[in-house]
Design a protein around this ligand. Sequence first.
Ligand code: PLP
Length: 471
Amino acid sequence: MDNTWLRTWSRRAADWGADYRRTVRERPVRAQSAPGDIARQVPAAPPEAAEAMEAIFADFEKIVVPGITHWQHPRFFAYFPANSSPPSLVAEYLTAAMGAQGMLWQTSPAATELETVVTQWLRQMIGLPDGFHGVIQDTASTATFAAILTGREKALGFSGNTKGLAGQPPVRVYASDQVHTSIDKACWMAGIGQENLVKVPTAGPHLAMDAGALEAAIVADRASGMLPATIVAALGGTSVGASDDIRAVAGIARRHGLYLHVDAAWAGSAMICPELRYWMAGAELADSFVFNPHKWLMTNFDCSVLFLRDPDALVRTLGIRPSYLATHGKDGILNYSEWSPQLGRRFRALKLWFVIRAYGVEGLRKIIRGHIAMAEDFARRIAAEPGFEIVTPPMLSLFTFRLVRPGLDAAGLDALNQRLLDAVNDDGRTYLTPARHQGKLVIRVQIGQTETALEDIDIAFAAIRDLAGRL
Ligand code: PLP
């Protein structure tokens, strides 16, 4: 395939991408495929002979696109967003064109140095103090895994990697009962085990960890010979946006010498708006803080930024080379593979650089403020509709609601709401996902798509109201 081939098909792909984004609003948000629909259309064995690109591209449109759930649809209100934007997309193309692998400084100095600069931009954008260092990971799950490993190693005097965990006191991790399952998984992968992840009950309007219960658990564990290591605080939990009082938790971490990691995977992007930073008060006292520009900062998946107060502890945990060589940037050279579980790393800083420059921080703030205003408006409309109740009010741009019918018991109400959810998602005008809150099935709405406009709220609201009326 020569250069003309590349030029022709890159242009076709660019045109396709621009047309896709212009018309995505007209498609059903969630793929309407049944299991097996896509695989059935693809031969089970690979082609021996080369195929024409016309045929490959035609099959992409015919087979693949109908099986895509449109995450960039302006009425994608499910899960959390994984939004993107034109400058991010263009940067991803350039990244792919160069195909650089940035595991070491010398394997692409620009990838490393741009990563250092843009993570410092992001640090300033969300108001974390000078002194925090950033590293881009693929996902928050990986970032949290790295943090849990670091907390484990600090507590074990850095002997876990060498000696293993057998014969060591049980390493304990503390988090609220609202945290994302990536915390559980990180504890599994770190050899800590589910039973050593202490889920602290939550209370209050923000479903924050009960600080008294947290401290009591740490004291009791230590008294019984266990090794309290790490606290994970939530900022914007997945189900309903639960958020801990980070300052209170940080005080406990300090008093007991524990590592504190903050999971702000989704909500962290909103911290670029200074008026919202009360949510993260105390984060400046944490050891690490993760958020995903690939969720809510118009930056293509994948791109998760982990900020660290003391990168030396992380590099001591994950940098597989003798410590006498571990200079971590003091000689002007950073090898970011020593900051991540993986060796190989994509050049993710480029898309952040493009996005931040193309929108400007104020442009990004405007989009996020718009999402929050639209979520508030959406929640107000649902609250005013007979037969609906708001279960949790907007936390930033996330709220939950449910349909209520007199005479139905708890199981009946859950079934009714599941039917509504299925009807909405089959209808295709919008896409919503459920959560369990205080034992009830609730329907989540989050607004975070780059192109979402008020007309999308009108359409989604009409779909929910009409379909509920038919149940
Ligand atoms: N933390 C929270 C609060 C999340 O909502 C999610 C995913 O939605 C994650 C962590 C995991 O994110 P990732 O998919 O980047 O691993």
